[in-house]
Design a binder for this molecule. Structure first.
Ligand code: DX5
Ligand code: ZN
Length: 221
């Protein structure tokens, strides 16, 4: 089943609860939360205190995307704040498997993220231990960038790899996803779609969420 993960990076941070309510009412499955540290990526966003406040105002599944160096330092803090899924970048730690184990030890789902230029081979051996793989389709750091077209073939290759191994790992795509390329990416094999600006910069984020879910469900049949 395809899922939508609205990214609050493009929401109004002064009206976060209100904006989250819109995508929750629109039926979004995941709430995508971008954590940036100003080191791994050139931008700074939010940390555990904000996630704790979000946890208190929604029932949604909290999908926490860590764009931070040495994520192993903060797994417990993000788990305690209320994350349901933690994803971290393979480029950000020398001990990816250990980080995965520590996320699972907290009772959470675990996923790994690849920058556009990082090859699938770097995570092939980790696939049996993963709940999700996130393929970045922009260089991480900012919302509102354009989709990098070469990532489509990477989605297809990952889908083939996952199926070849008989696994049920979710494939998430993040960056420049919009109504125009959504179905193409679903056909390529993605099943969780992060959408920031395409949802929160639209006139009616609740209706947009409903519309994109319907598009995915129709093609999925
Ligand atoms: C970028 C973030 C994305 C971002 C996507 O580094 O990881 O989640 O919010 O924004 P859009 O959908 O506008 O490209
Ligand atoms: Zn993200």
């Amino acid at each position: 089943m395809a899922k939508i993960a609205p990214s609050i990076l493009s929401a109004d941070f002064a009206r976060l609860a209100e904006d989250i309510g819109k995508v929750e009412r629109g039926g979004a499955e995941y709430l995508h939360i971008d954590v940036m540290d100003g080191q791994f990526v050139p931008n700074i966003t939010m940390g555990p205190p904000v996630i704790r406040s979000i946890r208190a105002c929604t029932e949604m599944f909290l999908d926490v995307h860590l764009m931070i160096d040495k994520p192993e330092r903060y797994i417990e803090a993000f788990a305690a704040a209320g994350a349901d899924l933690i994803t971290f970048h393979v480029e950000a730690t020398p001990h990816a498997h250990r980080v995965l184990q520590s996320i699972h030890a907290q009772g959470l789902k675990a996923g790994i993220v690849l920058n556009p230029g990082t090859s699938l081979e770097t995570i092939e051996y980790l696939l049996p231990d993963l709940d999700l793989v996130l393929l970045m389709s922009v260089n991480p750091g900012f919302g509102g960038q354009s989709f990098i077209p070469q990532v489509k073939a990477k989605i297809q290759a990952l889908r083939a790899m996952v199926e070849g191994m008989g696994l049920t790992v979710e494939i998430q795509v993040d960056g420049g996803v919009n109504r125009e390329n959504l179905l193409d990416l679903q056909a390529a094999g993605a099943d969780v779609f992060v959408m920031g600006s395409a949802i929160f910069n639209s006139e009616d984020p609740e209706q947009t969420t409903r519309d994109v879910r319907e598009m995915l469900a129709l093609q999925g049949k």
